[in-house]
Design a protein around this ligand. Structure first.
Ligand code: CAA
Length: 391
């Protein structure tokens, strides 16, 4: 196949958690003026995982509709991207493989580089499909973001999983071969193995993200990428939706364009709807942006979309995709809205209790409270093993 052959995202589905905490409840607790959340960072609510939900149950729930629609015959690889991993050795993808009944003739692996992991997974998947266009790769990005209570990062928590079926002749988005790349060794956000919540230098992380925007775009341009005006929309990694706004303004600015507010809104406005109510879903966030865009925009057929994936630490990539004719027949707009609308609202005390929960590490038998109502649940931790159930 030539490097221009059509490979990309054939189908996309996302899931989110059982519970949601509105930012008004958080503001009620900490006395922050709600405008800081709604306007300053652009967040309305955050998805909160139930005691019996984790990255595996979210990932399996996101991927199940893809399997139901396309079957498993062509899937020979599952790549699970996460930065909220549950095990240092075993891939979370193996549990999902089991829950979904995928064939044993499958390779499964977990990938990590902060929020960039899913884009690495997508690019690796495209490489595999190039080698054998008959094969499809199931890419799952699943994360639960957790910061310390009463820290500045707390308002940017969230959780979601996106599952993408990557293959030849995709029905949604064809991914172009050319990418702009950027890596720099920075300590803007990290989570040592002994911690459940992330450590972050907030302002440093914003600066590092903006430098990565500049770096990827410079490389993309030097590689012979499309000019900025050819893009109809930009899907940015959204740790909070205002970050997409900051990123696009910076891109326009450093590329010598006017930073007109209307232009910024046209470029990113339709990509933020899901992230604003779900919160930071780390690896899944760029692709939640894509879901929001295709689910809401009138008609994007043939249009070019820019993707900017940023993972703290940091690695970033800019690439372009073209929306495929007929894509609207394959969307899951109703199911996506339902995944958001079905969440049950927590009050602050119930959220805090869930936040403070952690599994005992004694190897005993610890059933989890049955809180979630989705198709899969984490039933127990028994003898240091996670026990999952399908409903
Ligand atoms: N009405 C309207 N706006 C208000 C307001 C009010 N009443 N009060 C404050 N604001 C505005 C501020 O002016 C500010 O806007 P600008 O950034 O445009 O200046 C915005 O609200 C936020 O205010 P602060 O900067 O004072 O907020 P903070 O310091 O308490 O925290 C944060 C902000 C640093 C982003 C913090 O939430 C944080 O640490 N988040 C986690 C790290 C993060 O998400 N970093 C993003 C880049 S790293 C990345 O992308 C990887 C990843 O996923 C983590």
């Amino acid at each position: 196949m030539s490097s221009d052959s059509a490979i990309g995202i054939h189908d996309l589905s996302f899931s989110t958690t059982e519970f949601v905490l509105p930012h008004t409840a958080l503001a009620g607790h900490n006395g922050v003026e709600i405008g800081k959340y709604h306007l300053g960072i652009g967040q309305r609510s955050m998805s909160v995982a139930a005691a019996d939900e984790d990255i595996v149950t979210l990932g399996a729930t996101a991927a199940e509709p893809l399997i139901a629609r396309h079957g498993t015959d062509r899937i020979r690889t599952v790549v699970f991207a996460t930065e909220s991993s549950i095990d240092q050795a075993k891939s979370a993808g193996v549990y999902v493989h089991s829950l979904l009944g995928l064939p044993s003739a499958t390779r499964v692996v977990e990938l990590k580089q902060a929020c960039y992991g899913a884009t690495a997974a997508l690019q690796f998947a495209i490489g595999l499909v190039h080698r054998d266009p008959e094969q499809q790769v199931l890419v799952i990005a699943s994360d639960i973001s957790k910061y310390e209570l009463d820290s500045p990062g707390e308002a940017t928590q969230g959780a979601a999983a996106v599952a993408m079926l990557v293959g030849a002749d995709p029905a949604l988005v064809r991914v172009e071969g050319l990418s702009g790349l950027f890596t720099a060794d920075v300590m803007d956000f990290w989570r040592p193995n002994y911690r459940e919540s992330a450590l972050v230098d907030g302002q440093e992380s914003i600066t590092a993200y903006l430098q990565a925007v500049e770096g990827t775009w410079k490389d993309y341009t030097e590689q012979g990428g499309r000019p900025l005006e050819e893009f109809s929309a930009f899907c940015y990694h959204q740790p909070f939706t205002k970050m997409a706004h900051k990123a696009h303004r910076h891109l326009l600015n450093t590329s010598g364009y006017d930073t007109d507010e209307g232009d910024i809104q046209r470029a990113i406005g339709q990509t933020t709807a899901y992230n604003a109510v779900v919160g930071n879903s780390y690896t899944a966030s760029v692709y939640l942006g894509l879901a929001a865009l295709v689910d809401q925009a009138d008609d994007l057929t043939g249009r070019s979309i820019g993707f900017l994936s940023y993972g703290s630490g940091c690695v970033a990539e800019f690439f372009a995709g073209q929306v495929v004719p007929g894509y609207r027949d394959h969307l899951r707009t109703t199911e996506h809205r339902e995944a958001i609308d079905r969440r049950r609202t927590l009050d602050y005390a119930a959220y805090r209790e869930l936040h403070e929960r952690s599994f005992p590490a004694d190897g005993g038998d610890h059933p989890t409270p049955a809180q979630s109502t989705g198709p899969f649940r984490l039933a127990a931790l028994r003898g240091h093993k996670r026990i999952y159930e399908r409903r």
